[in-house]
Design a protein around this ligand. Structure first.
Ligand SMILES: [Zn+2]
Ligand SMILES: [Zn+2]
Length: 196
C-alpha cells in the first residue's frame, strides 16, 4: 500500500470557488464513478494515513476528496479524486470544521482530535514534531507546501495570500472548461454561508 501523507497539506479551496465542486457540476453518476475509482486505487485504505475504515475512529467508510492544483494567480484546476478516512478528510477541510464548530454542528473535542490526528501523520512524514494546523488556524506554512510539491508531479500548490489576487481572478478549470465564482464578492459569500 502506497501512502501519500502530504495529501493532508491540500490547501482549503479559496472562498470564491465554494459551491463549484466537480461533484456538483458533473452530478451523481460521475461522482459515484470517482468514488469507486478512488477506493479501488487505494485498495480500500485511507491514502493519507493507511487506516482501514473498519478500524477508523469515526465513520467506518472512506470518503472521497477532490484534489486540485492551486495557483497564485487564482487558477484552481481539478486533478483527481482520492479516498480518505473521515479524520484525514476533515483535517484538509478544517475551514469547514471551524465554521461547524462555531455553529455548534461539530464538537470542539472532535475538531481538536482531528487536528491531532493530521498533525501526527504529518510529523512522521516530516521527521520531527510539527503542528501544521493549529486550533482555529488552518494556514499551511509554505515550507510544508514546498516539500509536498517536490514529492509529487500531479498536484501543484503555489502559496498565496488572500489579497494576492482579486475575487474575480479565482476560477475553476474542470476538464479544460473554465468556471467563474458563483458569488459576486466576499459580501455575497458571507450572506450565503453565514447569513450575514
Ligand atoms: Zn486517514
Ligand atoms: Zn474533500
Amino acid at each position: 500500500m502506497r501512502l501519500f501523507p502530504w495529501l493532508l497539506l491540500h490547501p482549503n479551496i479559496p472562498k470564491p470557488l465554494h459551491g463549484l465542486a466537480p461533484r456538483v457540476i458533473l452530478g451523481d453518476s460521475w461522482w459515484r464513478e470517482q468514488k469507486e475509482k478512488a477506493r479501488r486505487k487505494s485498495d480500500n485504505y485511507c491514502q493519507a494515513c493507511g487506516i482501514s475504515p473498519r478500524q477508523a475512529k469515526y465513520h467506518q467508510w472512506l470518503e472521497t476528496h477532490e484534489c486540485y492544483s492551486i495557483y497564485a494567480n487564482g487558477k484552481v484546476e481539478f486533478k483527481t479524486c482520492v479516498a480518505l478516512c473521515h479524520s484525514c478528510h476533515n483535517f484538509i477541510h478544517d475551514g469547514r470544521m471551524q465554521m461547524m464548530v462555531k455553529s455548534g454542528e461539530f464538537s470542539e473535542e472532535k475538531y481538536f482530535d482531528i487536528l491531532d490526528h493530521g498533525n501526527k501523520i504529518l510529523s512522521d512524514w516530516w521527521g520531527q514534531n510539527i503542528k501544521v494546523k493549529d486550533k482555529f488556524n488552518g494556514v499551511v506554512h509554505p515550507k510544508f507546501i514546498n516539500k509536498a510539491n517536490s514529492k509529487n508531479s500531479l498536484l501543484k500548490w503555489e502559496y498565496w495570500e488572500d489579497d494576492d489576487c482579486d475575487w474575480d481572478d479565482y476560477h475553476l478549470i474542470l476538464y479544460g472548461q473554465r468556471y467563474e465564482s458563483k458569488f459576486e464578492d466576499y459580501r455575497h459569500w458571507l450572506e450565503h454561508y453565514e447569513g450575514l
